[in-house]
Design a protein. Sequence first.
Length: 430
Amino acid sequence: MDWRTFIEAMPGVVYRLKKHPDGHFSLPYISPLIVEWFGIPTATLEQDAESLFALIHEDDFDEVIASSEHSALNNTDWNREFRMVKPSGEIIWLEAFDHGRTLDDGSLEWTGYLNDITERKRLERKLAASELRFRTFVENANDIIYTVSAEGEITYLSPNWEKLLGYSIQDSLDTSFTEFVHPDDVSRCYRFLESVLAEDHKYESVEYRVRHARGYWQWHTSTASMVTSEDGLNKYYLGIARDVTTQKKQMEKIANMAHHDMLTGLPNRTFFGETLEHNLSRATRKKRALALLFIDLDHFKPVNDNHGHAIGDELLIAVAGRMRKCLRAGDVACRAGGDEFIVLLNDLDPLDQTQDFAVMIAERIREELAEPFDIEQLHLSVTASIGIASFPHHAQKLGDLLRAADHAMYQAKNEGRNCVRLAHSETSDS
């Protein structure tokens, strides 16, 4: 199943949203389901997202925009519930999960997932309406309804507690919620409860991990309200917890697809560029060395021409697998495109042995790739031309280092292929 088929099979909408330096928004990708929801063609949204933004409920608009931009500026996850108005006038509730980041050109970018929670919001309103309807609802809801005392002890759990987490309800009552929450998430949950107490009404949700009775962890999200007892003497938290483990896994898959080559599973060039920039800065600060290997497969085109792209793809997957085996744990290989790969050899020391080590790794890769590949009962052979450039010996700037390795690779091509060549002198932008 390719990534588009995977995404379009989801019950919600996957998106990649971008705010350009000039201030306008676009959606380079959004699931086709958005057309069914709001009737706006995806091609329109790819150019300008304004028509979709205009449908955000006016009472939610400012907070949605401000909080999402804050997440991108701080490179954090973002989760909100908000209303949108369909062209028919119908109001629906959506929940958004995404991750924002700031790009090098000043653009803001979010990758995330939208889910229609209109029915759940309707049930939440029923819950708040009366104690009788509350009892009826909690016995049948898919989520966990709970109450927690001001001291953090669990005082009520709906039947789904046992169904979803495997614990006896009776044994779980009068126990601190911290007995079930991941230690790393306890402080976040306390901050959430303190916020609910301070506002004295339902606050935004909190995400945390809960231990299943079998020992593994599930992701939950919870909303809560502070409730005062009938006699006015005590306060407690009334909340709804929902299992979002599936959504978290989907977000991880989406994030992985954004940063990895879908065929080989290696990092793609965008993610590799970010990694290289980070490691180059670190090497500069710590006076370490690193090396780049530009790898171009020789005689790959005849494989595609003679046996088809499906066989060519299988060969590239096998090449990536052999390449991984030649590297250390801290090294990074990426597929730059087509039959080209780049390898980053990290944290090399001492500096005077950097090039010898890089040549050794390059020769190991070259020899591995020169061995025949058995694919679909075919005996296939390719070789590799490899160019090497090291920091700080050949170049000290990112662009110069990439060009030096690229030039060395072309030198290997021109000198007979299936060989390794080092860059010559330091290059410069001047």
